[in-house]
Design a protein around this ligand. Structure first.
Ligand code: ADP
Ligand code: ADP
Length: 225
């Protein structure tokens, strides 16, 4: 079963007098253990699609299902809860807090949850991404690739269904980008998450299971390996 599903999603923005149709009847799905990459030129609707998949904004038309549940008409509070427990986010510029150590950054999204030993889980995740010897370092003491690995560990702390990555290799050189993509490929299986990446970086397609090409808000092509 698909963990995330968009069905006939339309997203319109009102910009003064003008209506911009950023997504035009988009169908999309991703499964656990799968990496799906959404690729397209600037202005094609990638960020808008990411906002839909990440439950950050409501569609104008169509429906969204998360893990089989229709979340289209959820309230803002309900969506916030779904995001917190179901979706991990990774960004181009890492979004780490500079005053906190790697371990504290990874723990942060689970602060509300008192039922787990989040310190142990944070340390375990950092070990899993190869940073077992960098636990007490702050972001400023880490390379770009290491910072992105901290961010990936952080995105997994609440055991999400989906890891949503916005240009995850955008601020990294090619070799480091490949290391991060290899890491993601391993984690999608170990953590049994769907990884959905949004990018214009063709390099990412070497690592993906499925490619969705979008142009002017329309899906042009879906290819599965
Ligand atoms: P991409 O991420 O591929 O660059 P976006 O999803 O950001 O594309 O944008 C798709 C289209 O929707 C563009 O024409 C953009 O200008 C427009 N758009 C995106 N967000 C908004 C918004 N909040 N208000 C008005 N127009 C928007
Ligand atoms: P990026 O492609 O680097 O992720 P974008 O420029 O596509 O960033 O958009 C960043 C955010 O700004 C998006 O989440 C979108 O909602 C908003 N945005 C994009 N285009 C417009 C626009 N024309 N008017 C208002 N907001 C926009």
């Amino acid at each position: 079963m698909s963990v995330i599903e968009l069905d006939d999603v339309v997203k319109r923005y009102q910009s003064g007098e003008e209506t911009i149709e950023a997504l035009k009847y988009v169908d999309f799905s991703a499964e656990r253990g799968e990496m799906v990459t959404v690729i397209g030129p600037s202005g094609s609707g990638k960020s808008t699609m990411l906002n839909m998949i990440g439950l950050l904004d409501n569609p104008t038309e169509g429906s969204i299902r998360l893990d089989g549940r229709d979340v289209t008409d959820f309230t803002e509070d309900e969506l916030t809860e779904e995001r917190r427990t179901g979706i991990g986010f990774v960004f181009q510029d890492f979004h780490l807090l500079p005053m906190l150590t790697a371990t504290e950054n990874v723990e942060l999204p689970s602060m509300w949850d008192t039922s787990v030993d989040r310190h142990d889980r944070a340390v375990e995740l950092l070990r899993r991404v190869g940073l077992g010897d960098r636990l007490e370092h702050t972001p400023g003491q880490l390379s770009g690739g290491q910072q992105q690995r901290v961010a990936i560990a952080r995105s997994l702390i609440n055991e999400p269904d989906i890891l949503l990555a916005d240009e995850p290799t955008g601020n990294l050189d090619q070799d480091t980008g490949e290391t991060i993509l290899t890491e993601l490929t391993r984690l999608k299986e170990d953590e049994n998450v769907a990884i959905v990446s949004v990018t214009h970086d063709e390099q990412m397609l070497d690592y993906t299971d499925s490619t969705v090409r979008i142009v002017d808000g329309v899906i042009q092509e879906v290819s599965r390996e």
